[in-house]
Design a protein around this ligand. Structure first.
Ligand SMILES: [Zn+2]
Length: 252
């Protein structure tokens, strides 16, 4: 996926209202816009020649909106910190929140199932955080890999972009990769997100089979097969914490 190093040289920080604001300058950026990420980071995208004074003025004009978003992200982060699998009630699957039922089971080593109309059922004799997390992760890994591999072959058929191999991995911050030998890897956690998001990542990695870079030709190819890719790309940027329930340990 996107490599950050390309833009690192342009990294610019503005101090505004006790807040570090990351400034990204792009040559063809038509207007200023500010993003408050779910992590509580604030960034602005501006054109190459926008001055610091103009940026600060823009931030001032957006002050109440930024503050509202910062409060929302602080609330979300504190909720995540308190999030516990033992009082789990719903889980995201293909972008939908499905109900979860935990059913005590005397003998079973533990098993998780999905029934399309009722959501998830977890049969288990062990209700501690670690055991539940293990069950959850192995379910998402297996069912997620199955779903994504079906989508990938459908998309390959449609686009003619066929990887040499397709593997599934658990990355914390990456969504996929494509090697020069045509080996594509996808993050199985993507199954939690809306299908348009995982489709975008699949198209993105398959497009690298033809364009091994992030050039304009590359993005044109992505857009050709995934016209609304910008929305999904932005969603992934803004929602890294969304996937935290699938981390191996409670790291956040
Ligand atoms: Zn890429």
């Amino acid at each position: 996926m996107g490599s950050m190093t390309k833009y690192m040289a342009n990294l610019e920080i503005i101090e505004w209202s006790n807040q570090k604001v990351k400034v990204s300058r792009r040559r063809r950026r038509p207007r200023l816009f500010v993003t408050v990420h779910h992590t509580g980071n604030v960034s602005v995208n501006v054109a190459q020649r926008t001055t610091s004074a103009e940026i600060v003025q823009f931030l001032e004009e957006s002050r109440s909106w930024i503050q509202k978003k910062l409060i929302e992200s602080a609330v979300r982060i504190s909720q995540l910190k308190r999030f516990s699998l033992t009082d789990l009630t719903t889980l995201p699957w293909l972008g939908e929140e499905l109900p979860v039922r935990i059913v005590p089971h005397k003998f079973a080593r533990g098993q998780m199932q999905k029934c399309s109309s009722e959501g998830f059922t977890i049969h288990t004799s062990r209700f501690d955080e670690d055991s539940l997390r293990k069950l959850l992760r192995s379910y998402y890994k297996e069912a997620g890999s199955n779903y994504l591999s079906l989508r990938a072959s459908t998309i390959s058929e449609k686009t003619g972009l066929e990887p040499a191999t397709l593997k599934f991995r658990d990355y914390k911050t990456r969504w996929g990769s494509c090697s020069s030998k045509g080996q594509v890897e996808l993050n199985w956690r993507l199954v939690a997100a809306h299908p348009s998001v995982s489709d975008y990542v699949i198209v993105h990695e398959l497009a690298h089979l033809k364009e091994m870079n992030h050039s304009r030709n590359f993005w044109n190819l992505v857009e050709q097969h995934c016209p609304n890719f910008r929305q999904s790309k932005q969603w992934l940027k803004d929602n890294q914490l969304f996937f935290d329930f699938l981390t191996e340990n409670k790291e956040f």
